[in-house]
Design a binder for this molecule. Sequence first.
Ligand code: NAP
Ligand code: MG
Length: 499
Amino acid sequence: MPKTPVKKSAPRRASARELVFGDLWEFDPAPETADPKLKKRYDLFIGGEFVAPKSGKYFPTISPGNEAKLADIALAGAADVDAAFQSAQKAFDGAWGKMAGSERGKYIYRIARLLQDRAREFAVAETMDGGKPIKESRDFDVPMAAAHFFYHAGWADKLDCLAPGRRVAPHGVVGQVIPWNFPLLMLAWKIAPALAAGNTVVLKPAETTSTTALKFGEILQEAGLPPGVVNIVAGAGETGAAVMTHPLAAKVAFTGSTEVGKIIMRSLAGTDKKMTMELGGKAANIIFDDAPLDQAVEGIVNGIFFNQGHVCCAGSRLLVQESVAATVLAKLKRRIAVLRVGDPLDKNTDLGAINSREQLDRITALVQSGVDEGAEMFQHACKLPAKGFYFRPTVFSGVTQSHRIAREEIFGPVLSVLTFRTVEEAIEKANNTAFGLSAGVWTDKGSRILKMSTELKAGVVWANTFNKFDPASPFGGYKESGFGREGGRQGLLDYCKLI
Ligand code: NAP
Ligand code: MG
């Protein structure tokens, strides 16, 4: 019998419900293809040269997006850290310490320009090493890092205007330790003001994200920065402790967890080292019933899912006025359902990889505590890549202030939703935390914004926006979120002594 031709059915059209909640609209992969120009091995950057560690030890750095090894990184021991400090002290006592601000500014400006020239290469390296989506490292991390160098280049010859009526001087050698969530940007936040003020630097990046910091050494060489002005030593916590406690460090600047910040403060008690600490956070993002809700939902998503929630100032607690809570939650779930989670190098990706397996385990354990303590969980239903460290965007409703997910920093894409009825209750709940780094307020009323920003105990309060940064704007915390500021005149003052 002749075969009846099988009529191919037309591609099924998605129902409206699927368009909202489904995993439709699959885009073709759009991987970023720029060459990150990674070396197989990175040595320490000391005295203007790349040098092998005295112990001869190296550790691997992997890509959290697919667990592939990227490079071997030199492990700095106490002798390497000491060599870095000796070289920084020599540079401070030598040409750099005597150089006019206008000359220092030229070097900083050159660094900014070179970073711009190699922006795409650094963005890809950052994404491969740290797991963040390429659109973030390309559009935020690298341009903001360059912006910090530009901003501080402008200050270098204007230090007399920093503290009217007073003269300022650099501290000397500064020891700096940074975390893994914004590796190059945190480096820029630390190095740019230190150089503008005339200090020299020994910096340690986080163990899982040392690549762009060591690549940055190449930029310093290209800029012709005098040897020893900036030294970069890689390693884990022990290396960090050696940097923070070195006798030649006149000032130390730390960004990381409150737990490690406290260890450092204890170890430095009784010394005359100047300190700044940028520590953890548990920001409240507060939505009033008169807020533009669709815009607020974008702000919530940006506040907590930006960089997989690996953000100290992430809006991890959503405080929403009871009368609009159901509407906001419904809109939020619809928005989350269309976020793209996956390959960090794909230009369409909204959420990339979690930085490390340890961090993934920490997030998973805290989310489990939310479930165990009775909060209601909503998770994005997307498929996750088979290899690499990924976590679904997660929202908990029915959260109370005593839940661990409302108190502890999760540092992942997890939002805890609480409700309030009055302005006073919102302020009371927002301030009911050990931290005080940032907060967000969404309302149509200017007077309410002013009241909230006065009464919220947070270093930054965003109004009708979230996670906005500018090098001219100081950033830092209250309470267990630390002390000192980074950015702006206030941040620069922390790198100077008044005389
Ligand atoms: P972390 O564990 O405190 O590590 C931060 C840095 O300190 C890393 O380079 C780490 O080295 C090093 N370190 C570890 N133990 C040390 C010790 N005993 N002495 C000196 N250094 C030591 O923090 P993280 O988990 O990497 O980063 C996440 C935390 O940073 C979050 O709590 C977040 O809120 C905070 N953060 C705050 C800000 C801010 O501006 N306030 C900005 C970004 C992040 P290894 O990792 O290599 O072991
Ligand atoms: Mg890595």
